[in-house]
Each structure stands twice: as C-alpha cells, then as structure tokens.
Design a protein around this ligand. Sequence first.
Ligand SMILES: [Zn+2]
Length: 99
Amino acid sequence: MKKRKWVYLQNPKKYEISCDLCGGNNIEWSEYEGMIWCYDCEKDTRGNGGVFDGPIPINAAGFFGLTFDRYYFKENEVRRYEIRGNKIKYVPLCCPIKP
Ligand SMILES: [Zn+2]
C-alpha cells in the first residue's frame, strides 16, 4: 500500500463513505491511498465508495456542503478544489489563480 500524499479535509462520512466490513461510519481517512480507517474494526479498508462510486455531480457537490479541498502533507498546504472551464485544479490557498 502506498502512503497518501494528501487527504481530503472533510471526513470520509461526509462523502457517504462507510466501512465495507461493518457498515459503520466511525471512520477516518487512512494513511494509505484509497483507504479508510475504521475505529470499530481497527483496520485499514477500502470502504464503500460513497459519492466516488458514481459519476460525481461535481457542480452539485458544493450545493450539498461537500468540498474536495485537500491537505498535502509534505508541502503542509491546503489546496482548494476549483473548476475552471471543464478542468479541475487544486489551487494552493496562498496563491489564488487570477481570472
Ligand atoms: Zn468497520
């Protein structure tokens, strides 16, 4: 398993992810890519994909209070998810792109 370089700021249950082992949502992002950590099972597991299972209604996501902002460990930096045209960009909060 590869270690994550970044993690979403919001808890996985915000994205309707739950533990695929026990079905619970006492979970947090795992330190490994593509995984969650379940406090009840005390295991790293894939979880069920929640909103990531389907085509993400990315424009609607903000409407539901979802963000896809990420925290990058090495850079110690939050990057904000932005849609520019039909491209997705992760913009460091320190340096917003000028329109
Ligand atoms: Zn579990």
